[in-house]
Design a protein around this ligand. Structure first.
Ligand SMILES: NC(=O)c1ccc[n+]([C@@H]2O[C@H](COP(=O)([O-])OP(=O)(O)OC[C@H]3O[C@@H](n4cnc5c(N)ncnc54)[C@H](O)[C@@H]3O)[C@@H](O)[C@H]2O)c1
Ligand SMILES: O=C(O)C(=O)C[C@@H](O)[C@H](O)[C@H](O)COP(=O)(O)O
Ligand SMILES: [Zn+2]
Length: 356
C-alpha cells in the first residue's frame, strides 16, 4: 500500500515497488532523464530501479565516487560537465539515486545547472530516507566545512523504498539511525522510546522511516528556509559537524555523518542540561541510548581549538556568537540559544571523560 506525505509543494511516496515513480515520469514531459549514482548505488540500487520500473529505459547515467570526501566543488563540476556533454536542456529531469551525498550533491547540481532543472530524490540509505532527501537542503562541503555552499531547492518528488536498504552495511544503517533518534529527541518522546526496541538488522524499518519523515515534514513545512523552528533539526550538529569536518581531515577512517552527530547530540544534551533545563536523568538516558548504538570516538584536548574554529562556520551563528538548538526535555527542543566557548569545552570534556 502506498503511503504519502504532502511536503513543500511535492509528495513523499513510501512504497517498496516504486509504482508512483513510474507514473510520475510517464505523466511529465521531460526532454531527458539523467540518473546520478555513486559507484555503490550504481551496483546495488540501479538494477533494482530498473527491475521495478522497466518502462524507464532511456536515460543517461552520471556516476561519482562514493563518500563524503567527494561532496565538493570538484565533483560538482564533474557532474555539471557531464550534464553539458549529455546535452541536458532545462526540461531534463535529474534522478538522484543514492545516499545523502548523492541527494545533496545532485540536488545542488540540478538546482544550479542552467539556473535550475527539476530533480527527484530516490534515497537509498537509511539516513537519506529519514532525513536528507526531504526538505530541500542541497549543497556541498568546502575545505571540510560541512554544507557551506548550497541552496534551499525542493525536489519535484521523493520516492522511498526500504528495499534499497537490504544491501546497506550495518555501519551505514546505524549512522542513519542517529537522525531517527534525533527526531525523537527534538519532537517525539514516544519515537525516542521506540528506538530502544528496534533491531536494525532484522526489523522492517518502514514504520520508523515514515514517522521520521512525518516529524521532519511537520517542522520544514512551518519554516522551509530555517528562519526559526527548522533550526531544531540541527540539534547535535553545531558540535557534530565540527567533529565530522575534523575527522574527514585527520582520520584514516573518518566518522560518518550520523556517528559525528551522535557525539554532537551527547555534548549538546550536556549543554541542554546545564543551560536549558534538561533533567540529569534524561541526559543519562541520551548517553545510554547512543552508547547502545555507537562506539565512542576518542576526543583529545589537542583537537579543541580546531573544533572551535570549525564551529565558527555554523549557519546558526549570529554576530560571532555560536548558535545552538538545545533540548528542554526529551521531545522538546529550543533554538536561537547562544553558548559561550567555555561551556562548549566543558561539554567536550563531559564526552571525553564519560566512563566506558
Ligand atoms: N540535506 C539534508 O537535509 C541532509 C540531512 C542529513 C544529512 N545530510 C547529508 O547526507 C550525507 C550523509 O548521507 P549518507 O549517510 O546517506 O551517506 P552516503 O551518501 O555517503 O552513503 C553512505 C554509503 O552507502 C553507500 N550506499 C548508498 N546506498 C546504498 C545501498 N542501498 N546499498 C549499498 N550501499 C549503499 C554509498 O555509496 C556510500 O558509500 C552527509 O553529507 C550529510 O551532510 C543532508
Ligand atoms: O534539514 C535540516 O534542516 C537539517 O538540519 C537536517 C540535518 O540532519 C542535516 O544534516 C543538514 O544537512 C544540516 O544542514 P546544515 O544547514 O547544518 O548544513
Ligand atoms: Zn544531519
Amino acid at each position: 500500500m502506498t503511503k504519502e506525505i504532502a511536503s513543500l509543494g511535492y509528495t513523499v511516496y513510501f512504497e517498496k515497488n516504486l509504482d508512483s515513480l513510474a507514473s510520475f515520469i510517464s505523466t511529465r514531459e521531460y526532454s531527458q532523464i539523467l540518473i546520478l549514482v555513486d559507484r555503490n548505488t550504481n551496483d546495488h540500487c540501479l538494477p533494482l530501479l530498473q527491475q521495478v520500473i522497466p518502462q524507464i529505459s532511456d536515460y543517461d547515467i552520471i556516476e561519482v565516487d562514493p563518500g563524503e570526501e567527494n561532496k565538493n566543488i570538484d565533483f560538482c563540476i564533474g557532474v555539471w560537465k557531464t550534464m553539458l556533454d549529455f546535452g541536458a536542456d532545462r526540461k531534463a529531469l535529474m534522478i538522484n539515486l543514492g545516499g545523502g551525498v548523492v541527494t545533496d550533491l545532485g540536488g545542488f547540481a540540478a538546482a544550479t545547472y542552467k539556473r535550475g532543472i527539476d530533480f527527484i530524490q530516490v534515497p537509498t540509505t537509511l539516513l537519506s530516507q529519514v532525513d536528507a532527501s526531504v526538505g530541500g537542503k542541497t549543497g556541498i562541503d568546502l575545505d571540510n566545512v560541512k554544507n557551506i555552499i548550497g541552496t534551499f531547492t525542493q525536489p519535484q518528488a521523493v520516492f522511498i523504498s526500504s528495499l534499497f536498504l537490504k544491501s546497506l552495511d550495518e555501519r551505514q544503517t546505524r549512522s542513519g539511525f542517529a537522525e531517527v533518534i534525533k527526531h525523537g529527541l527534538i519532537f517525539d518522546r514516544a519515537l525516542f522510546e521506540q528506538t530502544q526496541y528496534v533491531n536494525l538488522e532484522s526489523d522492517d524499518l518502514d514504520d520508523i522511516i515514515y514517522r521520521s519523515v512525518a516529524i521532519k515534514n511537520e517542522v520544514i513545512t512551518q519554516d522551509p528556509t530555517e528562519k526559526g523552528l527548522r533550526k531544531i533539526l540541527n540539534f547535535g550538529h553545531t558540535i557534530g559537524h565540527a567533529v565530522e569536518g575534523y575527522s574527514l581531515l585527520h582520520d584514516e577512517n573518518p566518522l560518518l555523518h550520523g556517528e559525528a552527530i551522535a557525539l554532537g547530540m551527547i555534548c549538546e544534551s550536556y549543554l541542554s542540561h546545564k543551560l536549558n533545563g534538561l533533567k540529569e536523568e534524561d541526559l543519562q538516558r541520551v548517553v545510554q541510548r547512543f552508547d547502545a548504538v555507537f562506539d565512542r570516538y576518542t576526543l583529545k584536548t589537542e583537537m579543541y581549538d580546531e573544533l572551535l574554529m570549525l564551529m565558527q562556520n555554523d549557519k546558526k551563528n549570529e554576530a560571532k556568537q555560536l548558535g545552538f538548538a538545545l533540548l528542554a526535555d526529551i521531545g522538546k527542543c529550543d533554538y536561537n540559544l547562544f553558548v559561550e566557548e567555555a561551556d562548549i569545552l566543558e561539554s567536550l570534556n563531559f564526552y571525553k571523560n564519560l566512563p566506558i
